[in-house]
Design a protein around this ligand. Sequence first.
Ligand code: BT5
Length: 320
Amino acid sequence: MRQKILRKLVQNQNNFISGSQLAESLGISRVAVWKHIEALKEEGYDITGVSGRGYQIKDSGIIIPDEIRASLPQQLIGSQIYYYPRLDSTNEALKRSIKDHLPEGTVYVAGKQEEGKGRRGRKWESPPGGLWFSFLLRPTLPLPQTALLSLVFAVSLVKSLDVFLGSLCQIKWPNDIYCQGKKIAGILLEMSGEIDNTDNLIVGIGINVNVRTNDLPAFIGANSTSMLEICGREIAADKVLITVLKDLDSYYHEFLKNGFTDIRLEFKSRCLHLGKAIETTRGQDIIRGINTDIDEMGNLMLQYQDTLIRISTGDVKVLN
Ligand code: BT5
């Protein structure tokens, strides 16, 4: 019932809708409407109630899980979808729920994150307007194969963004998505399990859909972009989510079935720095060289003086 009330409020986003109108159209009492509205406010929805006028919702980009599910084929990723108007972090929330035997493929989406996480303890700015979500997988793969998924999902994400932006996005190894030289999306994989048997893999994805980068902290904003800024108009977050979930599911199954070989070629063709001078780290050392390849295990190959070095983790800075 709450989702039905939400849908009505979202459909009337800029207008008030009276309690009796809601009650009548949903076949419930006005008191029941009021109770549901209070519960929605408790969950974090920004709903205003004005006596004599009714209710109005202020949040934009609300995801209505039933509508997303109805637009997806029978697929693993998105088998269950939950939307929260605000969370600390979708990755953390999913982790907390694992003990409740969440089904594989469950997706948590947040309207905003108060403690969005990047890799290596970094922060991910997650104001309203972005698409911030995580999903749970239980791949029965050896750890190095599971780690490859971060590259697989990066390829999947650029393909999805192509639908809205044309072929403008590129991947900065291992899995940052850039558009016109600025970061538009990021991916965070977190695993828990035995060395050779990953129990739970949490994949977190952040996409700056309708984010105004001026509203981000200055240094981050200067190096970021959003779909809104690339297209010059708002993009429907629910449509982006549907496209992204479909692609993630199909790339995941393609990887499980046929491995990394073909996906690696796609990765290389969309890689921001292949053949270019880059800077990265090895242990404590900063090294500069030419990125000659991305190998079958997803390692970045760096021509450093006379040697070819294999880099398996780290960050890349592209040198001009
Ligand atoms: C990432 O980390 O790019 C992974 C981001 C994953 C975010 C999703 S949102 C849903 C899920 N729940 C979470 O809590 N996290 C995941 P990394 O490569 O470490 O990049 C982090 C760096 O990107 C920061 O240090 C900033 O410089 C920059 N940054 C932070 N917020 C940004 C934003 N909204 N857009 C562009 N760049 C940002």
